[in-house]
Design a protein around this ligand. Sequence first.
Ligand SMILES: [Zn+2]
Length: 173
Amino acid sequence: MRQLAVGRALDRELFAFVELGSDHYAQGFADGVQFVTGCTFGKDLIVRIPHGKASLRLVDQEKGRAIRVALRPEAIEGVEQSNWFRTCSSTGRFASETDRAANPLIAEIVAVPEETLFAVGPVFPLRIEHPDPTFESIRCDGCGESVLTTYVRKVDGRHLCVACEERQRVKTR
Ligand SMILES: [Zn+2]
Protein backbone atom coordinates (compact mmCIF):
# COMPACT_ATOMS: atom_id res chain seq x y z
CA MET A 1 0.00 0.00 0.00
CA ARG A 2 2.89 2.33 0.72
CA GLN A 3 4.51 1.51 -2.64
CA LEU A 4 1.23 2.21 -4.45
CA ALA A 5 0.63 5.27 -2.26
CA VAL A 6 -2.90 4.12 -1.45
CA GLY A 7 -4.95 3.96 1.72
CA ARG A 8 -7.39 1.30 2.85
CA ALA A 9 -10.24 0.72 0.37
CA LEU A 10 -13.26 2.57 1.72
CA ASP A 11 -15.18 1.98 -1.49
CA ARG A 12 -13.76 0.07 -4.49
CA GLU A 13 -10.37 1.74 -4.80
CA LEU A 14 -8.34 -1.48 -4.49
CA PHE A 15 -8.57 -5.14 -5.49
CA ALA A 16 -6.65 -8.10 -4.09
CA PHE A 17 -5.60 -11.39 -5.65
CA VAL A 18 -4.31 -13.78 -3.00
CA GLU A 19 -2.31 -16.64 -4.42
CA LEU A 20 -3.21 -19.18 -1.74
CA GLY A 21 -4.87 -22.47 -2.61
CA SER A 22 -7.78 -23.66 -0.46
CA ASP A 23 -5.49 -26.30 1.08
CA HIS A 24 -2.77 -23.82 2.09
CA TYR A 25 -2.16 -23.87 5.85
CA ALA A 26 -1.81 -20.07 5.97
CA GLN A 27 -5.45 -19.13 5.28
CA GLY A 28 -5.15 -16.35 7.86
CA PHE A 29 -3.01 -14.56 5.27
CA ALA A 30 -6.21 -13.79 3.31
CA ASP A 31 -7.89 -12.49 6.48
CA GLY A 32 -4.89 -10.23 7.06
CA VAL A 33 -5.12 -8.90 3.51
CA GLN A 34 -8.85 -8.19 3.91
CA PHE A 35 -8.34 -6.46 7.25
CA VAL A 36 -5.43 -4.28 6.18
CA THR A 37 -6.43 -3.36 2.62
CA GLY A 38 -10.23 -3.23 3.05
CA CYS A 39 -10.50 -5.61 0.07
CA THR A 40 -13.19 -7.75 1.64
CA PHE A 41 -15.18 -10.72 0.41
CA GLY A 42 -18.39 -8.74 1.05
CA LYS A 43 -17.27 -5.95 -1.28
CA ASP A 44 -16.22 -8.57 -3.87
CA LEU A 45 -12.73 -7.09 -3.85
CA ILE A 46 -10.72 -10.26 -3.25
CA VAL A 47 -10.25 -13.50 -5.15
CA ARG A 48 -8.06 -16.53 -4.73
CA ILE A 49 -5.65 -17.65 -7.39
CA PRO A 50 -4.83 -21.26 -6.43
CA HIS A 51 -1.03 -21.12 -6.72
CA GLY A 52 -0.17 -22.44 -3.27
CA LYS A 53 1.73 -19.30 -2.25
CA ALA A 54 1.39 -16.84 0.60
CA SER A 55 1.53 -13.93 -1.81
CA LEU A 56 -0.62 -11.10 -3.03
CA ARG A 57 -1.23 -8.94 -6.06
CA LEU A 58 -2.74 -5.65 -4.91
CA VAL A 59 -4.40 -3.50 -7.57
CA ASP A 60 -4.92 0.26 -7.39
CA GLN A 61 -8.13 0.36 -9.41
CA GLU A 62 -8.17 4.14 -9.76
CA LYS A 63 -4.74 4.38 -11.37
CA GLY A 64 -4.84 0.97 -13.12
CA ARG A 65 -1.66 -0.35 -11.58
CA ALA A 66 -0.65 -3.09 -9.22
CA ILE A 67 2.11 -4.55 -7.12
CA ARG A 68 3.01 -8.10 -6.13
CA VAL A 69 4.13 -8.99 -2.62
CA ALA A 70 5.39 -12.44 -1.67
CA LEU A 71 6.63 -13.89 1.58
CA ARG A 72 10.33 -14.64 1.19
CA PRO A 73 11.19 -18.35 1.12
CA GLU A 74 13.54 -17.86 4.07
CA ALA A 75 10.64 -16.47 6.13
CA ILE A 76 8.39 -19.40 5.25
CA GLU A 77 11.16 -21.89 5.98
CA GLY A 78 11.73 -20.18 9.34
CA VAL A 79 8.08 -20.77 10.26
CA GLU A 80 7.92 -24.30 8.88
CA GLN A 81 11.05 -25.34 10.76
CA SER A 82 9.83 -24.04 14.12
CA ASN A 83 8.81 -26.45 16.87
CA TRP A 84 5.33 -24.95 16.96
CA PHE A 85 4.75 -25.52 13.25
CA ARG A 86 6.13 -29.07 13.39
CA THR A 87 3.78 -29.91 16.25
CA CYS A 88 0.82 -28.50 14.34
CA SER A 89 1.66 -30.13 11.04
CA SER A 90 2.21 -33.52 12.69
CA THR A 91 -1.36 -33.36 14.02
CA GLY A 92 -2.64 -31.80 10.80
CA ARG A 93 -4.23 -28.81 12.48
CA PHE A 94 -3.52 -25.56 14.28
CA ALA A 95 -5.03 -26.24 17.68
CA SER A 96 -5.73 -23.41 20.09
CA GLU A 97 -3.88 -25.19 22.91
CA THR A 98 -0.67 -24.80 20.92
CA ASP A 99 -1.19 -21.05 20.34
CA ARG A 100 1.01 -20.14 23.29
CA ALA A 101 3.81 -22.16 21.76
CA ALA A 102 3.64 -19.84 18.75
CA ASN A 103 4.32 -16.72 20.83
CA PRO A 104 8.13 -16.72 20.51
CA LEU A 105 7.77 -17.13 16.76
CA ILE A 106 5.22 -14.30 16.54
CA ALA A 107 7.48 -12.04 18.61
CA GLU A 108 10.34 -12.81 16.23
CA ILE A 109 8.24 -12.11 13.13
CA VAL A 110 6.87 -8.75 14.31
CA ALA A 111 10.37 -7.62 15.34
CA VAL A 112 12.14 -8.10 11.99
CA PRO A 113 12.06 -5.45 9.25
CA GLU A 114 9.40 -5.87 6.54
CA GLU A 115 12.05 -6.42 3.86
CA THR A 116 13.20 -9.54 5.70
CA LEU A 117 9.72 -11.05 5.44
CA PHE A 118 8.42 -9.79 2.10
CA ALA A 119 9.72 -9.45 -1.43
CA VAL A 120 7.98 -6.54 -3.14
CA GLY A 121 8.02 -6.36 -6.93
CA PRO A 122 7.87 -3.27 -9.12
CA VAL A 123 4.62 -1.41 -9.79
CA PHE A 124 3.09 -2.64 -13.06
CA PRO A 125 0.04 -1.64 -15.13
CA LEU A 126 -3.10 -3.71 -14.46
CA ARG A 127 -6.74 -2.88 -15.09
CA ILE A 128 -9.66 -5.05 -14.01
CA GLU A 129 -12.93 -5.21 -15.92
CA HIS A 130 -16.01 -5.25 -13.70
CA PRO A 131 -19.49 -6.11 -14.99
CA ASP A 132 -22.11 -3.39 -14.54
CA PRO A 133 -24.32 -4.21 -11.56
CA THR A 134 -27.75 -5.68 -12.25
CA PHE A 135 -30.67 -4.18 -10.34
CA GLU A 136 -33.57 -6.32 -11.59
CA SER A 137 -34.84 -9.57 -10.01
CA ILE A 138 -37.69 -11.91 -10.87
CA ARG A 139 -39.22 -14.94 -9.15
CA CYS A 140 -38.00 -18.33 -10.33
CA ASP A 141 -40.87 -20.40 -11.82
CA GLY A 142 -39.40 -23.47 -10.10
CA CYS A 143 -38.59 -22.62 -6.49
CA GLY A 144 -40.22 -19.19 -6.23
CA GLU A 145 -37.05 -17.58 -4.92
CA SER A 146 -35.95 -14.17 -6.11
CA VAL A 147 -33.08 -14.27 -8.59
CA LEU A 148 -31.20 -11.60 -10.56
CA THR A 149 -32.42 -11.51 -14.17
CA THR A 150 -28.89 -12.02 -15.50
CA TYR A 151 -28.87 -15.48 -13.87
CA VAL A 152 -32.26 -16.62 -15.14
CA ARG A 153 -32.39 -19.46 -17.69
CA LYS A 154 -35.37 -19.90 -19.98
CA VAL A 155 -36.51 -23.54 -20.31
CA ASP A 156 -39.75 -24.42 -22.20
CA GLY A 157 -41.14 -20.95 -21.54
CA ARG A 158 -40.36 -21.09 -17.79
CA HIS A 159 -37.88 -18.78 -16.11
CA LEU A 160 -35.64 -20.84 -13.87
CA CYS A 161 -32.80 -20.07 -11.47
CA VAL A 162 -29.50 -21.87 -11.96
CA ALA A 163 -30.27 -24.55 -9.33
CA CYS A 164 -33.75 -25.31 -10.73
CA GLU A 165 -32.49 -25.42 -14.30
CA GLU A 166 -29.80 -27.91 -13.27
CA ARG A 167 -32.32 -30.04 -11.37
CA GLN A 168 -34.58 -30.04 -14.44
CA ARG A 169 -31.68 -31.08 -16.65
CA VAL A 170 -30.79 -34.03 -14.36
CA LYS A 171 -34.44 -35.15 -14.30
CA THR A 172 -34.85 -35.14 -18.09
CA ARG A 173 -31.54 -36.91 -18.71
ZN1 LIG B 1 -35.39 -21.87 -8.67
